[in-house]
Design a protein around this ligand. Structure first.
Ligand code: PRX
Length: 647
């Protein structure tokens, strides 16, 4: 019993709208096929051509080196990512174009042109150098969603310091572990961050973390919320002070293509955090090219990605990819439900956002809150919608298309990972017909395969292990300080091939359907099932907003399914409804998949990046106390509530 059985019956197809395709960068399936074929048959030629659209101090002549598991891209080239995101646009006459439109949670708006952002980054780069930060030093950035977070990232990239952004929702222990693992000597933070009208005290967490981080020589502290903080003399510097009298002249140095760019700790649901290392040239080219084609960026777009800069999505698709393309990027500081449940839609209408990129977990929350909130605002400026982070349930996809996209906007379901650096599979919105719940086809140069346990290729619709068997420019280079973990974690299951950790199938049209993490696969009466498809069946029921399916040990069937279900706002829970939902899954998928138990929950435990922590639910379902790491849990009280809920 080695493969994963797919039970999805989704068959709807949505062609790219003709009006969209007409103006798109890639406007037909034939064109995509042609470009894709070229990219995999001649990867060096393809990527060399893409790289030439960016600025290199020395043009690379070696394009790709592949000595599994180690890849090098553009190795003899030198470049500077910040230069490509900033100075290049100014030099080419785009200095007046808006780079960032920033919306503070309390309601203020700030815009920064490319010329202004370039100046700010140059000044902060000079400030970092003045404070003693050198090329190769690790700098932790632990901030909220303020423009200064992007400025700090770009300034590090500019001088060749390796940044490690830690999501502002993490507490002192997580901050400490990451500082120590990265060997960081500088921490950039702020007094506090706004979140739902309250102050999240970031500096206080840093103070606690630094009690056990003697190597940290300095912190730089931005004042944002005005809460009281303590400043350690000789260690803690004010953001405003380090910039005092600092010049806005700074020449971006030429950095080697493989110069380390950043370390990002994965949000993983198990084990200790892993420091994924990305390097300069390949990551730059990868995020530039994917932003350009997947989001079909045009000069007049107003692009908004709702992720936090603490995640890879924020790195690649708020900061580096869009800025490398000279796009206008919206950045929002706060929560989607503050002050009202319509905050996102108010922002879309206010700034005439054209491209909107968010996560399925957010979409399910919008559905739960009700259609009246988007209904209050004019969303007519939108032309493209995207999702990332989890498999999207087809019903949530359909809702997104209808209610947010007015049945007019294509949806790009983008599959990728912290490790991949950039988007790996997604429809190109003007070229590839979408199927709800499928990330469709690989991006240029990406070679995904679905394998059986024995390494042979799975047939159509046969679930298996998703691997990538060729290197791509923005792939991780190693796990920081732990090469063994890099080899073991990604390249040992199928030697020489990158194993994603995801289960997937490919349908008769060659479309990919990601079925979730293989660690989450459940085995019922000999059927190995991906949880995503079971959850989709539940979410397709009109009463359900969100569902998480796990297995608990069962004498008869090996494992029995337990479904945790969050109901839509207006629905009343009842024993009949539990039965109806279990029956619904039985009818949709088959009797063997009928959950043995349905439990209603106000919320399910999620990581801080919005992924359901099925491991914790499985432990609860088995009547055990969740053991292991719960530090990535978004809201610890969710667990306590679930414990109380009985069958
Ligand atoms: O399981 C896949 C899921 O998220 C994982 C990567 O998580 P992370 O490194 O936190 O990066 C999230 C942002 C890129 C994947 O292994 N995942 C991400 N996008 C999708 C997805 N699963 C299905 N469909 C997607 N579009």
């Amino acid at each position: 019993m080695t493969t994963i059985k797919s039970v999805s019956k989704e068959s709807r197809v949505f062609d790219p709208p003709a009006a969209f395709a007409e103006r798109a960068r890639v406007g037909s399936r034939a064109r995509y096929d042609e470009l894709y074929r070229r990219s995999v048959e001649d990867p060096e030629g393809f990527w060399a051509e893409q790289a030439r659209e960016l600025h290199w101090f020395r043009e690379p002549t070696t394009i790709r080196q592949w000595d599994p598991p180690f890849a090098k891209w553009f190795e003899d080239g030198t470049t500077n990512l910040a230069y490509n995101c900033l100075d290049r646009h100014v030099a080419e006459g785009r200095g007046d174009k808006t780079a960032f439109i920033w919306e503070g949670e309390p309601g203020e708006t700030l815009t920064l042109s490319y010329a202004e952002l370039t100046r700010e980054v140059r000044r902060f780069a000079n400030a970092l150098l003045g404070a003693g930060v050198a090329q190769g030093d690790r700098v932790v950035i632990y901030m909220g969603m303020v423009p200064e977070a992007a400025i700090a990232m770009l300034a590090c990239a500019r001088i060749g310091a390796v940044h490690s952004v830690i999501f502002g929702g993490f507490a002192a222990d997580a901050v400490r572990d990451r500082i120590l693992d990265a060997g960081a000597t500088t921490v950039i933070t702020q007094d506090g961050a706004w979140r739902r009208g309250k102050v999240v005290e970031l500096k206080a967490q840093v103070d606690k973390a630094l009690e056990s981080c003697p190597e940290v020589a300095r912190t730089i502290v931005l004042r944002r919320t005005g809460n009281e903080i303590t400043m350690a003399v000789g260690r803690d510097l004010e953001w405003a002070d380090v910039l005092e009298g600092v010049s806005d002249e700074h020449e971006a140095p030429a950095l080697a293509a493989e110069h380390p760019l950043f370390i990002l700790y994965t949000s993983g649901t198990t084990g200790t955090p892993k420091g994924v290392l990305h390097t300069t040239g390949g990551y730059m080219v990868g995020t530039y090219v994917t932003s350009k084609y997947v989001f079909d960026l045009r000069d007049d777009d107003v692009y908004w990605c709702t992720a936090d800069v603490g995640w890879i999505t924020g790195h690649s698709y708020i900061v580096y990819g869009p800025l490398a393309n000279g796009a206008t990027v919206v950045m929002y500081e706060g929560a989607p439900n503050h002050p009202g449940l319509d905050r996102f839609w108010e922002i879309v209408a206010k700034h005439r956002v054209t491209i909107f990129y968010t996560a399925p977990t957010a979409i399910r929350a919008f559905i739960k809150w009700g259609d009246e909130h988007p209904g209050k605002h004019d969303l007519g400026s939108l032309r493209l919608l995207g999702t990332v982070g989890e498999p999207i349930n087809p019903e949530a996809w359909i809702w997104y298309r209808r209610v947010i996209g007015g049945d007019r906007c294509p949806i790009i379901d983008t599959w990728w990972q912290t490790e991949t650096g950039g988007i790996m599979m997604s429809p190109l919105p003007g070229a590839i017909a979408a199927k709800p719940g499928s990330c469709t086809l690989p991006f240029f140069g990406v070679s995904p395969k679905i394998l059986r346990e024995d390494g042979s290729e799975a047939g159509p619709n046969e679930g298996g292990y998703l691997v990538i068997d060729q290197p791509w420019p923005s792939m991780l280079r190693t796990v920081w300080g732990n090469e063994e973990r890099f080899r073991k974690g990604y390249f040992s299951r199928f030697p020489g091939k990158y194993f994603t950790g995801d289960g997937a199938r490919r349908d008769e049209d060659g479309y990919f359907w990601v079925m979730g993490r293989v660690d989450d696969v459940v085995n019922v009466s000999g059927h190995r099932l991906g949880t995503a498809e079971l959850e989709s069946a539940l979410v397709a029921h009109p009463a359900v907003a969100e569902a998480a399916v796990v297995a608990r040990p069962d004498e008869l069937t090996g494992q029995a399914l337990v479904a945790f279900v969050t109901l839509k706002g207006t629905v009343t829970p009842s024993a009949e409804l539990k039965k109806a939902l279990a029956d619904h899954v039985g009818e949709e998928i088959g009797k063997f998949a009928r959950p043995a138990s349905v439990r209603f929950a106000d919320a399910v435990p999620k990581t801080r990046s919005g992924k359901i922590m099925r491991r914790l639910l499985a432990e609860l379902a088995a009547g055990k106390e969740p053991a292991g790491d719960v530090t990535t849990l978004e809201d610890i009280s969710v667990l306590a509530k679930l414990r109380g809920e009985d069958e």
